[in-house]
Design a binder for this molecule. Structure first.
Ligand SMILES: [Zn+2]
Length: 121
């Protein structure tokens, strides 16, 4: 009898019997584990999605419903607690400027702290 080969269930720590590639003691533990994993990753995505939606709302609110682009000051977005670290994608234009996107909106920050906000159609 070799105890080094004892494997315990990843979910409930019961000793596993049967095939050597088994990670869980039962189907029940396996599905419970995957449910927990899903819950954790969904709450992480939720947190990030909320920040992205908030950023988009701030850009929409600043730009207004009828304009497609405007320049404002960084301070305006700062005051609304815009989170510059969260975007959906970015693009570096031929002038070396980084254009940040949140869904269908973009923003570019200039050296004088002006911000160009655009709605992408
Ligand atoms: Zn188990």
């Amino acid at each position: 009898m070799n105890n080094d080969n004892k494997r315990i269930c990843k979910m409930c720590t019961t000793v596993i019997k049967g095939r050597s590639d088994k990670i869980f003691c039962s189907v029940n533990c396996k599905s419970q584990y995957s449910r927990q994993l899903k819950k954790v990753s969904y709450s992480a995505m939720d947190r990030i999605n909320k920040i992205l939606h908030r950023n988009r709302s701030i850009l929409l609110e600043t730009l207004g419903k009828n304009k497609n682009q405007m320049k404002t000051f960084r301070e305006v977005l700062d005051n609304k607690k815009f989170n510059y670290g969260y975007m959906t994608h970015y693009h570096i234009n031929n002038q070396g400027k980084t254009i940040h996107y949140v869904y269908d909106f973009s923003w570019v920050i200039f050296s004088d702290q002006e911000v160009l906000i655009r709605r992408i159609r």
